[in-house]
Design a protein around this ligand. Structure first.
Ligand SMILES: *[C@@H]1O[C@H](CO)[C@@H](O)[C@H](O)[C@H]1NC(C)=O
Ligand SMILES: *[C@@H]1O[C@H](CO)[C@@H](O)[C@H](O)[C@H]1NC(C)=O
Ligand SMILES: *[C@@H]1O[C@H](CO)[C@@H](O)[C@H](O)[C@H]1NC(C)=O
Ligand SMILES: *[C@@H]1O[C@H](CO)[C@@H](O)[C@H](O)[C@H]1NC(C)=O
Ligand SMILES: *[C@@H]1O[C@H](CO)[C@@H](O)[C@H](O)[C@H]1NC(C)=O
Ligand SMILES: *[C@@H]1O[C@H](CO)[C@@H](O)[C@H](O)[C@H]1NC(C)=O
Ligand SMILES: *[C@@H]1O[C@H](CO)[C@@H](O)[C@H](O)[C@H]1NC(C)=O
Ligand SMILES: *[C@@H]1O[C@H](CO)[C@@H](O)[C@H](O)[C@H]1NC(C)=O
Ligand SMILES: *[C@@H]1O[C@H](CO)[C@@H](O)[C@H](O)[C@H]1NC(C)=O
Ligand SMILES: *[C@@H]1O[C@H](CO)[C@@H](O)[C@H](O)[C@H]1NC(C)=O
Ligand SMILES: *[C@@H]1O[C@H](CO)[C@@H](O)[C@H](O)[C@H]1NC(C)=O
Ligand SMILES: *[C@@H]1O[C@H](CO)[C@@H](O)[C@H](O)[C@H]1NC(C)=O
Length: 683
């Protein structure tokens, strides 16, 4: 009896790590829910054979399966989805799926299926209902892919990203008549020759992160989404002979080498046109009647065929195609110096216009030049020196909500331009030379530009950092319910206690970094959550700060020598995140430091970097500084050292006298010894 029980516990322990091997369905490691078996990341090296037979979905991702053997799935005849991604698959035997004909979705991404792809291709033939196939990251070449996909006519969604495809032609996807979505991201494609011509149902095509030099003769009228970002594309030219309506809604050509605005279809419904980070410019200024000297058409060569002429009248800017449905146009990071007359008006549904990092020198914020639908306009980081606007026509831009004009060189603009935009919520005018108007000096004189910020009832966020503002007169924000105000990097700012009055009920975010601030009463601003007063000349923490419940306080690079204990306690209770490094803290007054260190509520982000100045004017890491080295203890210590020195001097004097006695009065010693120790010896 005891022998048997020992044996059965032994068996039980053995069976724990590999339960399927012993065929106990109830101890499978997989999680079962309805008809799905989740066996991801269990260290499995083969398909479990102990799952309920009726399962329809089997997830085996992140295991160590290296071969799918014949009939390994034969138990699970109802299987519709099989996912064995991120394993070590090198072989799929010919009959691996032969008893699972219902599989519709097969995911074998991130394996090594370039080994033995012929056998694998054979196994796929039995999947006549396959709709979704993911073979991403398997080291496949285009020849392997074309073998694998032969006769798989039912496939609708195909993912081949992260392989090593170089070129595609008609044979690659020959039989995939049902294909709707194709992902070829992150391959090495440099040429596509008629590979998509017969894919009449293809709606979404992703070619991002390849090495394509151009997309010409584009004629896929049914395509809805085309992503060709991160290639080397210099030209995008639609086949102008196609007169049908293109279904294209999203075209992503960002991060390429386009020199020209793409030559889009003449009838299309493109909504998002993403062209950021190219070298696009307009060239109508070059097309001045002397085109005889300029090339007006471009020739393209295929590797397989001979040259074909694609003519595009490069200087003719009426050939941008149909952009009338565009809602989002992203041209950030290009070389734009101007827009051709009426260009933006061709997009009557434009909501988002992003022109960050270009070379625009002037911009007209008028209803004649900008579509009235515009919601967001970003012209930051250009070369704008002036902003044109006629107050009457501007008011037509009644949906404009976000306006970013930062990092330009704006010196002239109508002082009340922003007041006339009724929906304006956020304005960024940072890093321009634009002041704030006094009530007196609003005139059209060409003195340095200033803007009126009073009585603007929709404006919530105002960024005017680095505008060389010197004077912030009283009540400048009266009637404007700002929640965010960024005034940093105006080093000569004179900010009076009443400059911000009117904002006490709304202000949540205040940036006053590098403004020469010394002291300020923050107590009226009860709603403040974010306060940045770094890079100033603050030598004592303003008491008014202790009244606020801040989320973030930046005190870096000031002249604080300490933070009084009671202030530190109050801060630790009320502030969530604080930055303190870069002050002239005194190493011997670091009580606040310990409090911050111990506080659970407060997160002092840069506490480990904080330095302090010790008694010898040396900078020390506050974290390692030992207060034993500080003044109060050091006198006691030096007395101790003096006593020690005195004692050792005394001792050495005694020693010297003993030696002297021994050497110069040699007879004294023997005599004394003789007196005491001289005894007659017995021998
Ligand atoms: C593909 O299908 C055709 C016609 O059904 C057949 O002749 C051919 O042998 C099949 N190819 C493969 C590799 O199975
Ligand atoms: C295009 O593909 C890239 C790479 O995957 C991706 O980052 C980008 O968001 C895609 N574009 C769109 C519009 O989805
Ligand atoms: C031809 O183009 C150049 C460059 O834009 C321009 O300077 C020149 O005046 C033009 N010549 C004529 C005859 O239009
Ligand atoms: C080109 O020349 C014609 C006359 O030869 C003139 O009418 C036209 O305005 C010129 N176009 C441009 C853009 O200068
Ligand atoms: C441009 O064409 C004119 C005649 O049409 C010719 O005299 C001139 O040399 C050409 N310039 C260049 C740069 O080819
Ligand atoms: C292009 O090649 C085809 C054969 O592939 C040939 O018939 C044709 O003449 C060639 N055209 C040119 C312009 O070389
Ligand atoms: C392309 O067009 C140019 C000018 O129109 C012509 O000289 C050239 O022969 C054409 N090339 C081909 C391959 O048709
Ligand atoms: C802006 O409008 C003025 C006339 O109000 C015009 O002269 C100028 O060319 C326009 N600038 C742009 C960039 O459209
Ligand atoms: C502003 O946006 C609203 C919807 O948000 C739209 O109904 C209205 O037509 C837009 N105004 C203009 C001038 O486009
Ligand atoms: C405005 O643009 C600049 C630079 O392009 C950017 O850093 C800043 O965050 C933008 N401002 C707002 C309010 O989004
Ligand atoms: C702001 O509005 C108030 C009342 O509506 C008015 O008294 C005041 O003059 C206005 N301020 C400016 C600068 O327009
Ligand atoms: C405070 O403002 C300065 C200058 O604008 C900036 O460098 C710093 O990152 C800001 N601090 C925080 C916490 O955002």
């Amino acid at each position: 009896m005891p022998v048997l029980s020992v044996l059965s516990t032994l068996l039980y322990f053995i069976s724990m790590p590999v339960p399927w091997a012993l065929g106990h369905p109830h101890i499978t490691p997989c999680r079962l829910s309805q008809s799905t078996a989740l066996c991801n990341s269990y260290g499995l090296s083969s398909v479990p054979s102990d799952l309920p037979q009726q399962i329809e979905e089997l997830f085996l991702n992140q295991n160590f399966v290296s071969t799918l053997q014949n009939d390994c799935l034969s138990r699970y005849a109802s299987l519709r989805l099989f996912s064995c991604a991120s394993n070590r698959l090198r072989a799929v035997e010919e009959k691996a799926f032969s008893r699972s004909p219902l599989i519709e979705s097969l995911n074998l991404a991130n394996n090594d299926l370039h080994h033995g792809h012929k056998q694998f291709a054979q196994s796929l033939r039995s999947l006549t209902r396959l709709r979704t196939l993911d073979l991403s990251s398997n080291g496949l070449t285009e020849d392997m892919v074309s073998d694998l996909l032969q006769n798989l006519t039912s496939i609708e969604f195909l993912y081949l990203s992260g392989n090593i495809l170089l070129r595609l032609d008609e044979s690659t996807f020959r039989d995939l008549y049902q294909l709707k979505e194709l992902n070829l991201e992150r391959n090495l494609l440099f040429e596509i020759d008629g590979a998509f011509d017969h894919l009449q149902k293809l709606l979404r095509l992703n070619l991002a992160f390849n090495s394509l030099p151009c997309l010409v003769k584009f004629e896929m009228t049914q395509l809805v989404m085309l992503n060709a970002s991160h290639n080397l594309i210099e030209w995008f030219i639609t086949n102008s002979d196609v007169t049908e309506i293109f279904q294209l809604e999203m075209l992503d050509l960002s991060n390429n080498r386009l020199l020209f605005f793409p030559f889009l279809p003449t009838h299309s419904s493109i909504r998002s046109l993403l062209l950021s980070n190219n070298q696009i410019n307009f060239y109508s200024h070059l097309a001045v009647n002397n085109s005889s000297n300029w090339t007006t058409n471009v020739e393209y060569y295929n590797m397989g065929r001979n040259a074909s002429n694609i003519t595009a009248d490069l200087w003719d800017e009426s050939l941008h195609g149909d952009i009338s449905s565009v809602q989002l146009l992203d041209l950030s990071g290009n070389q734009l110096r101007y827009f051709p007359k009426g260009f933006l008006q061709k997009m009557p549904h434009l909501y988002w216009l992003r022109l960050r990092r270009n070379c625009l020198e002037s911009f007209n914020l008028t209803a004649e030049d900008v579509p009235a639908t515009l919601y967001e306009l970003d012209v930051s980081n250009n070369r704008l020196t002036e902003l044109h606007a006629q107050p009457s026509s501007v008011s037509v831009l009644n949906n404009l909500t976000h306006l970013n004009l930062s990092l330009n060189d704006i010196k002239r603009l109508p002082p009340r331009v922003f007041n006339t935009l009724p929906s304006l919520n956020t304005v960024d005018l940072s890093y321009n030379t634009v002041g704030i108007c006094h009530s007196g000096d609003i005139s059209d004189s060409d003195t340095p530009a200033c803007v009126v910020w009073t009585n603007h009832s929709s404006l919530k966020q105002l960024y005017i950092a680095g505008c060389s503002i010197q004077n912030l007169p009283p009540l400048v924000f009266e009637g404007t319910p700002l929640t965010h105000l960024e005034l940093s990097n105006n080093p000569d700012l004179l900010i009076g206690q009443d400059s911000l009055s009117g904002l006490s009920g709304t202000l949540q975010h205040l940036g006053l970094s590098n403004t020469g601030l010394q002291n300020f009463d923050f107590s009226p601003y009860k709603h403040l959550k974010f306060l940045n007063i770094s890079k100033n000349a603050i030598w004592e923490l303003p008491k008014s700060l202790l009244m606020l419940n801040l989320k973030l306080l930046d005190l870096r690079n000031n002249m604080l020598s300490t933070i009084q204990s009671e202030h530190a306690t109050a801060l630790a209770d009320r502030v969530q995140i604080v930055y303190v490094n870069g002050n002239a803290f005194n190493c011997c007054h670091l009580e606040w430091y310990r409090m911050f260190e111990e506080s659970k509520a407060l997160c002092a982000v840069d506490l480990s970097e904080v330095t302090c100045i010790d008694l010898h004017r040396q900078s020390q890491k506050a974290m390692f500084f030992d207060s034993v080295d500080c003044g109060s203890r050091s006198t006691e210590e030096s007395i101790f050292w003096y006593i020690l020195l005195f004692l050792s001097v005394c001792l050495s004097l005694v020693g010297i006298s003993v030696i002297y006695l021994l050497t110069y009065r040699p007879k004294v010693l023997p005599r004394a010894i003789k007196k005491k120790c001289w005894r007659p010896t017995p021998y």
